[in-house]
Design a protein around this ligand. Structure first.
Ligand code: FAD
Length: 470
């Protein structure tokens, strides 16, 4: 009785109910299918991560079958080749995957194949949570209260597994997921260890170090006080239950406070909330959740968009974030909010342009989190930040990076500026700039927009959305 296990966004063996169920049934053929017919196509940073995560998974398993193409056709072929009579997978909550999986499930079941799918990614599945009125949640706080009503089960260990005789497989190298010419990710192995073991190490490091104080310091990009588990979570190399269990152990032995653990779980709650929004509003990646934002007069300014992408806006806090993203494939959450706000409000460029850049460059690019977060910042989303609250990029820098250590790390050409001017070099007197070796417009750009007038223009644009909703 051979089963096929179809790995997708659950690239781990422990606390994976789908994998445990397949292993309990007998010999398994584990497969990963690179299905590029299923939108959206993976971004470049995600492809880097996927390559390394699959290599790690293949090593832990002792063999992983790789196939490329339409998932339905590949599964059909594999079922015949290995004479399997069952297929197992973990559910993915993205609209394209839901439609594809439903049709595969129906077709296989009609042929008598035993198909079983499980939730291994979220604390609570989107379809199971409804408001008292039977509606999907649109506001985070009541959603989170509802999620907390059901305690999380303890995570399960990796089961023993027996692999069936392997059929032919692609070679991972042939998929060319890694960048070449130039290899812009050459330094990434110093930042990241994709795979289940890397995820566990990351969690252990976080719990031994930065979890204590997380609730107070998680907003400080200069202090590195967050878990950086997001890419591991996206690819399913670790589960929220595993994180919760380890955090609670730290709490029990006094290595973290109740506030630290509660705040961490709440952040995982935002992840569930984004999945909930995407499930119930599948157009979230493309369409404004609030239709009144369809009337917003977005500008189409490719030079300014390019300056934003390259970290050359002349606002150090914004530029540091964009350069961190390019250099590491990740950016601190507080800075993501700042750079997204800058694009949407200061430059009045459509949030979808920013979301697309993040999609290509983030190692944790996630359809639900990325779309929901961009819409949240833009003001067009569910439970969104009010549009009229326009972040001041200078004040944000002073508040969350008070000594400028974060800016100095990512913008070395400003490193010798004193803290007073590190977030606003354009306000520094000429002698201060000269002493720091900064020549505005030459070694570092002058601001591409003026904050005060950009704010006024953003609010004028917002009036159009208000008229549209009247
Ligand atoms: P921690 O603070 O350690 O949080 C633990 C985990 O909780 C994270 O790994 C993540 O899975 C989840 N989480 C934390 N904050 C949020 C949040 N606001 N929304 C949803 N989940 C959250 N996150 C992604 O995983 N993928 C994305 O593509 C993504 N795009 C974003 C785009 C914008 C414009 C913004 C403002 C935020 C985006 N986020 C995205 C959310 C958040 O910035 C990252 O999850 C977080 O920075 C990851 O760092 P961490 O693992 O150290 O977080």
């Amino acid at each position: 009785m051979t089963s096929i296990f179809w790995f997708r966004q659950d690239l781990r063996l422990a606390d994976n109910a789908a994998w445990s169920a397949a292993c309990a049934r007998g010999p398994v053929v584990p497969v990963y299918i690179l299905d590029e017919t299923n939108s959206p196509r993976l971004g470049a940073a995600s492809r880097w991560w996927l390559h390394h995560s699959l290599a790690a998974l293949a090593q832990s398993l002792g063999g992983l079958v790789l196939r490329r193409g339409d998932a339905h056709a590949e599964l059909d072929a594999l079922l015949k080749e290995v004479r399997a009579d069952a297929v197992f997978w973990s559910r993915v909550y993205e609209p394209g995957a839901i439609a594809r999986d439903a049709s595969i499930k129906a077709a296989l079941k009609a042929r008598g194949v035993d198909v079983q799918s499980f939730n291994t990614a979220l604390m609570h599945e989107p379809a199971t949570l409804k408001t008292g009125a039977g509606e999907p949640y649109k506001v985070f706080t009541p959603f989170w209260r509802a999620v907390q009503r059901t305690p999380l089960a303890a995570p399960s260990p990796a089961p023993k597994h027996e692999l069936a005789a392997p059929p032919k497989s692609d070679a991972l190298e042939d998929w060319r997921l890694l960048p070449r010419q130039p290899n812009w990710a050459a330094a990434w192995p110093t930042f990241w260890s994709p795979g289940e073991r890397g995820a566990q190490h990351r969690l252990d490091d976080f719990v031994e170090g930065a979890l204590r104080g997380y609730s107070a310091k998680r907003d400080r990009p200069d202090l590195a006080h967050t878990s950086r588990l997001s890419p591991h979570l996206h690819f399913g190399e670790i589960s929220p239950r595993q994180i919760s269990a380890v955090a609670h152990r730290a709490l029990a032995v006094g290595d973290a406070s109740q506030a630290d653990v509660d705040t961490l779980l709440k952040e995982l709650g935002w992840r569930d909330f984004s999945a909930h929004l995407l499930f119930h509003f599948p157009a979230l990646p493309e369409r404004n959740w609030r239709p009144s934002f369809d009337a917003y007069p977005w500008r189409n300014n490719s030079a300014e968009c390019e300056a934003w992408k390259r970290g050359r806006t002349g606002y150090p806090y914004i530029d540091a974030g964009m350069r961190e993203l390019w250099a590491t494939g990740w950016m601190h959450n507080r800075v993501r909010m700042g750079v997204a706000s800058f694009l949407v409000k200061h430059l009045r460029i459509d949030w979808r342009e920013g979301a697309a850049w993040f999609w290509d460059t983030l190692v944790d690019a996630d359809l639900a989190n990325n779309s929901a977060s961009w819409q949240w910042v833009a003001g067009s989303g569910a439970d969104a930040a009010p549009y009229f609250r326009v972040f001041n990029p200078i004040e944000q820098g002073r508040k969350f990076d008070p000594d400028g250590a974060y800016v100095r790390q990512w913008i070395p050409e400003l490193a010798r500026l004193p803290p007073r001017y590190i977030h606003s070099p354009f306000e520094a007197p000429a002698d201060v700039l000269e002493a720091a070796g900064v020549r505005l417009g030459e070694t570092y750009p002058a601001p591409i927009v003026d904050h005060a007038s950009a704010r006024t223009a953003a609010l004028a644009g917002y009036e159009a959305t208000k008229r549209a909703s009247d």
